[in-house]
Design a protein. Structure first.
Length: 89
């Protein structure tokens, strides 16, 4: 069972700001998700289902993209014709 303290810890790890008014709601939601996993544990996984395989993917369609100059207008920073992102490490 997930407690409000657990939710605070998870929010801190995920760098998500949760105020105290939301703790009760998130705690109930986390516990409901875990209850669904308990139901899945009851499913017998020994049975295989035979189905015909159907490709539901659409065909790729080549379309022109935006001009580089227009894309770079929206970038906060750019370098050598590319979007410059903040350093991660």
């Amino acid at each position: 069972m997930v407690t409000e303290k657990d939710v605070e810890h998870i929010a801190e790890l995920a760098d998500i700001g949760i105020n105290t008014g939301e703790l009760d709601t998130f705690t109930h939601q986390f516990n409901a998700i875990l209850d669904y996993f308990d139901v899945l544990d009851l499913v017998n996984g020994d049975t295989t289902i035979s189905r015909d395989l159907i490709n539901t993917m659409r065909e790729d369609v080549v379309e022109p993209s935006l001009p580089r100059e227009e894309v770079l207008k929206n970038a906060a920073a750019q370098e050598d014709g590319f979007i410059k992102a903040p350093r991660v490490m």
